[in-house]
Design a protein around this ligand. Structure first.
Ligand SMILES: Nc1ncnc2c1ncn2[C@@H]1O[C@H](COP(=O)(O)OP(=O)(O)OP(=O)(O)O)[C@@H](O)[C@H]1O
Ligand SMILES: [Mg+2]
Length: 413
């Protein structure tokens, strides 16, 4: 039996699968009680391409986490990523026609449903999230929770995230074959943001960039909610491959060099600093200036920054993100990357990791685990949302949309 209050997060990444179990206390705070990771060999650019390898990696990671937690943790909140994911904003409008005009939870579910109908995905796509951002009552915007207010017209602005149905079905299949149920699929940058952004940053306008192994996933938060998201098919693995090719060294050696002595730009390597590089099939190392390694890293980072800039422009809020950019994912550990991003994008930048989270292991406090920790935190929030919902009279069909609504309300609280 799952422990009372236990929430499970499963991050299926391009380089690793990470399972985390958290216990939720009375105040809604999450304490990590189990964590397990396993190398991921069945994904490319955030998408499952090998079912068996992915199932095996999930089983390994989950088994480790369950052993640490001393409990089984099905079902799980599971991350999704990949270039197939699309996002759009949609508005819903309904009339509140009862004579007293007092807005009820049922009106909220109707307006959220109207926003969904306005952005119905084509049949080959499934809805991943419908996140209500801002309600308007009789034209007055900025309403976080309209329930109980008087009004004749209720509107909502919502962010809608969809993915290719077949690709999502493969993720669900892997999780199920590994012996777990999917409680909810969660967009990677939404989960990472949960672990690393403060409520003030979400309100002010802040971008999260999770630069992982095979992808860079982006979430733009303004006014407390997600207004733009995108998954770019480039990440740290590309940097490693560039180094392997550029320095004619094995990929494993290139990865070590990047982690130990890599930096975001050649300017960050001091004059005269030298590194040892092994050739493919050769045991005698070559000695090279460290600057040469950084000269190989920079163009790929510059490409990632150009793509980030283009997404910010596309969001329509490129000029309105005083909170700047928060970098997470494993590649955020690259020396000097925050400074590089700040100079390149001309906005403030900081690294972000789930460093406030408490629990049995310190290891989770790394940007590599932002997504997995965020999944558990979202799970904890959803559980309290569900409790709120049961006290209201939301219809069963609107459950999924309303969870997002209560999440938004709780975020603002
Ligand atoms: N200290 C470091 N410096 C630079 N890069 C690092 C460092 N540590 C890890 N990385 C890189 O981080 C990447 C893995 O990050 P992460 O675990 O966030 O990816 P993932 O979640 O598996 O992949 P994705 O999110 O793209 O599907 C790898 O490319 C790895 O080389
Ligand atoms: Mg990731």
């Amino acid at each position: 039996m799952p422990k009372k209050g236990l929430v499970a997060g499963l991050d299926i990444g391009t380089t690793k699968v990470c399972a985390i179990a958290g216990e939720v206390d009375e105040d809604g705070e999450v304490h990590i009680v189990g964590m397990g990771t396993s190398p991921s060999l069945g994904l490319r650019k955030g998408v499952v391409v090998d079912l068996d390898a992915t199932i095996k990696a999930i089983e390994d990671a989950v088994e480790r986490a369950e052993r640490m937690a001393g409990a089984r943790f099905t079902p799980a909140f599971v991350s999704v990523s990949g270039e197939h994911i699309a996002s759009a904003n949609s508005r819903g409008i309904v009339a509140v026609s009862r004579s007293d005009h007092e807005i009820e939870p049922g009106d909220v579910s109707r307006v959220v449903e109207a926003a969904r109908m306005n952005a119905l995905p084509p049949s080959d796509r499934d809805l991943i999230h419908l996140l209500p951002r801002d309600f308007m009552v009789d034209g007055q915007d900025g309403v976080r929770n309209p329930v109980g207010m008087f009004g004749a017209r209720l509107e909502v602005d919502a962010h809608i995230v969809t993915g290719l149905a077949t690709i999502l079905a493969n993720v669900v299949k892997c999780v199920q074959e590994a012996g777990l149920e999917v409680e909810e699929l969660v967009l990677e940058p939404l989960a990472s943001a949960e672990a690393i952004l403060s409520p003030a940053e979400r309100e002010l306008g802040t971008v999260v960039a999770d630069i992982g192994g095979g992808t860079t996933s982006i979430g733009v938060f303004v006014g407390g909610g997600l207004i733009h998201s995108a998954i770019l098919p480039v990440g740290g693995t590309h940097i490693t491959n560039d180094i392997a090719v550029g320095l004619r060294t094995p990929v494993s050696e290139a990865e070590k060099l990047k982690i130990r002595v890599g930096a975001a730009s050649p300017h960050m390597a001091a004059e005269g600093e030298l590194i040892e590089v092994f050739n493919v099939g050769d045991r005698t190392p070559r000695i090279l200036p460290r600057r040469v390694l950084c000269e190989i890293i920079e163009p790929r980072l510059s490409e990632i920054m150009s793509l980030l800039r283009a997404e910010l422009r596309r969001s329509g809020y490129g000029h309105l993100i005083p909170g700047g950019i928060v970098l997470t994912g494993g590649t955020a550990l690259l020396q000097g990357i925050a400074q590089y991003a700040s100079e390149n994008l001309e906005i403030p930048a900081r690294p972000g990791a789930p460093d406030h989270v408490t629990g049995v292991t310190e290891a989770v406090r790394s940007p590599i685990y932002s997504t997995a920790v965020g999944l558990v935190q979202i799970g904890a929030r959803e559980r309290s949302g569900m409790r709120l919902l049961r006290q209201g009279n939301g219809s069963k069909g609107a459950m999924g949309w309303l969870r997002g609504f209560f999440r938004a309300v709780l975020q603002g609280a």
